[in-house]
Ligand binder design. Structure first.
Ligand code: FES
Length: 155
């Protein structure tokens, strides 16, 4: 456990007096610092928030913005929900896999990109939808893959 995490936990608890409400802000802050949430981090967070490890794990694994494995600088989520699937998210995923030289679930060797599936990104009217870090975009077509990978994105 990093020494600053205790202070961060206390700040989260001050802002959200219920531990389970303060949990996500704390995990978000730690992930920004560490890049992802390891099993050890999950145990540390549970201890800091005085919550069961299983509860912390369930929250971390439910939300796609929490990463339970090391990821690249840019995390690309391609929505594979029904609306996006009907609008060609499969073809988009294949175009990105080909361009990056990796398969879904993998990270490029240089650590620049991770390619993941997402369930509905809540913008079905813009299918097929893509999320790159905190930026959402749609519709994105296979021919947009090159542009998508070259643009600046917020971390
Ligand atoms: S199914 Fe893709 S945004 Fe809803």
């Amino acid at each position: 456990m990093k020494p600053e995490w205790k202070a961060w936990a206390q700040e989260a608890k001050n802002e959200f007096p219920r531990a389970n409400s303060a949990l996500m802000p704390l995990m978000h802050r730690i992930q920004l610092s560490e890049g992802w949430l390891s099993n050890e981090t999950i145990r540390d967070v549970a201890e800091l928030m005085e919550l069961p490890v299983q509860y912390v794990e369930s929250v971390a694994s439910f939300y796609s913005l929490f990463h339970r494995q090391a990821v690249g600088k840019r995390v690309i989520h391609v929505c594979v929900g029904l609306s996006c699937a009907l609008k060609g998210s499969d073809e988009l995923m294949h175009a990105l896999e080909e361009r990056l030289g990796i398969k879904e679930g993998q990270t490029t060797e240089d650590g620049a990109y991770t390619l993941l599936e997402a369930e509905c990104l809540a913008a079905c009217d813009k299918a097929p939808m893509v999320q790159v870090n905190l930026r959402y975009e749609g519709p994105v077509r296979p021919e947009d893959a090159e542009r998508l990978l070259s643009e600046e994105v917020p971390s």
